[in-house]
Design a protein. Sequence first.
Length: 136
Amino acid sequence: AILARLHDTWRETLQAEKAARQDAESKLRVAEATRRQLEFRVELLKSQLTVASMEKDHLRNANRIVRDEAKALGAKMVQMSREMGEQRSKSRRGSASTSSTSDRGGNRSANRGHRSARERPRSRSAIITGRSRLLP
């Protein structure tokens, strides 16, 4: 009887150890699967970060190009405005020689250094916003 009880105790201990081992192996498999999943997520996040960084660089370069083009266009507009102003003043000087000073609003020497709004070149901001030389 003692031998049978000892045998039963040994069998129960063996089964408990087997169950504990199976439980530990199961937890280990779950931990390994979780680790692999986390590694995959880390790699995915790294690639997304790389793509985002490349997009940021691309947008920064595009912004720089647009800014440079805007500056060039602004400079071109200012230059064209100056040229148009020079052409207008040349054409006015040509027509002023044939007209009398009274037609032009009086003595020009009294207004020396003060050009009228029509003769003044427009500011860059006025050109860009489309403001008129003379306000209504």
